[in-house]
Design a protein around this ligand. Structure first.
Ligand SMILES: NC(=O)C1=CN([C@@H]2O[C@H](COP(=O)(O)OP(=O)(O)OC[C@H]3O[C@@H](n4cnc5c(N)ncnc54)[C@H](O)[C@@H]3O)[C@@H](O)[C@H]2O)C=CC1
Ligand SMILES: O=C([O-])CC(=O)C(=O)O
Length: 344
């Protein structure tokens, strides 16, 4: 656990890019580790991104954040990860219109091996890694494969954005604030095959009494089959393809929501999730028959600074079929990067 007052070294890669810019100010203001933990920021960029990261560093100084102990901008991964307690691996190319995230495998995969090795060489013993750069699950797998001395459970990838999107869409449809939704899960890959699952979700009524979401949806749509139709035909594709929708509407991929989700992910990892679970892509321990070692999204709780996959959830046959397809995609990505020599 992190002691109050003990400065933590947080490395952000791609710090000169869009998501980096959106997350740095929140990290420095205490949104990541709370109001009592000073932060030392290490900003890693490639040479052509250094000026942008240096500009962000100047602005961070101008904010006079009380918690910001120091900022260092570098293009040397060894320096960036030396003593790092938390690494947010954002630096990599975003996709454009018409691309799938998997199309970035060859371009971005090569970034994560050397960064995994640099983490292995210099990070603090309690290092926690959150991969944001796409394809995030497989990039986390690559980084972990180059860091044999770091426990595999410390390498995670971001599916919190998918989780938050699912909660947002569900709350909208049920006409309740997001604070009244609990127990949503994302399974599989951070891709269009991901599986948003509301079968264990609950919704609180105005008296604070919790009800199963499938029952509430059946009431809203008039029958369970009608609710199922909405889930399969609208909810799941909307959440799974939200990244593409944002690209189409904004002209470039999600930034503010991605930065917010990455901060949620690390904050919950460090501070704990409490009774609710969230969704995190982490190395499978074989739970739910996901092949061991594959970095797949699971419903998870953080307790004592460690993620624990929620066990014992019943999986409907329809959800199982979708999970199987997403896991098959992860296996194909793993095999593709292995063939490229990226797993070491
Ligand atoms: N997992 C998720 O939920 C989400 C992931 N993403 C992904 O995050 C990544 C970053 O997105 P943006 O910030 O919008 O892109 P961006 O292009 O604005 O910034 C990326 C930055 O990374 C830097 N970079 C490239 N290679 C690097 C390396 N080897 N070391 C350090 N820095 C390096 C670039 O110079 C650039 O400044 C993309 O791969 C995008 O697809 C985006 C949204 C959500
Ligand atoms: O869709 C993209 O390329 C960016 C991303 O991962 C997301 O918004 O979920």
């Amino acid at each position: 656990m992190i002691e109050s007052g003990e400065p933590q070294t947080i490395t952000v890669t791609g710090a000169g890019g869009q998501i980096g810019y959106a997350m740095l100010f929140r990290i420095a203001s205490g949104a990541l580790l709370g109001p009592d933990v000073p932060v030392r920021l290490r900003l890693l960029e490639i040479p052509q991104g250094l000026r942008s990261a240096q500009g962000a560093a100047l602005e961070l100084g101008d904010c006079a954040f009380g918690l910001l102990d120091s900022i260092e901008v570098t293009d040397d991964p060894a320096r960036a990860f030396d003593g790092a307690n938390i690494a947010l691996l954002v630096g990599s190319r975003p996709r454009g219109p018409g691309m799938e995230r998997g199309d970035l495998l060859a371009a971005n995969g090569a970034i994560f091996g050397p960064q995994g090795a640099a983490l292995n060489a210099g990070a603090a013993d309690d290092i926690r890694v959150a991969v944001v750069g796409n394809p995030a699950n497989t990039n986390a797998l690559i980084a972990a494969a180059h860091a044999p001395d770091i426990p595999g459970e410390r390498f995670t990838a971001l599916t919190r954005l998918d989780h938050n999107r699912a909660v947002g869409q569900l709350a909208l449809r049920l006409g309740v604030p997001v604070s009244r939704i609990s127990g949503v899960s994302i399974w599989g890959n951070h891709s269009a095959t991901q599986v948003p699952d509301i079968n264990h979700a609950t919704v609180a009524d105005e008296h604070g009494v919790w009800h199963p979401v499938p029952e509430r949806l059946a009431e809203v749509f008039g029958s369970a089959p009608a609710a199922e139709q909405w889930l399969a035909g609208e909810f799941i594709p909307r959440v799974a393809k939200r990244g593409a929708e944002i690209i189409e509407v904004r002209g470039s991929s999600s930034v503010g929501s991605a930065a917010a989700a990455a901060i949620d992910h690390v904050r919950d990892w460090v501070a704990g999730t409490g009774a609710d679970h969230t969704s995190v892509a982490l190395a499978s321990d074989g739970s739910y028959a996901v092949p061991q070692g594959l970095v797949s999204s699971f419903p998870a709780r953080s307790v004592g600074g460690q993620w624990h996959i929620v066990q014992g959830l019943s999986i409907t046959p329809a959800v199982q079929l979708r999970i199987d397809a997403s896991v098959a995609e992860l296996v194909a990505e793993r095999d593709a990067v292995a063939a490229l020599g990226l797993l070491g």
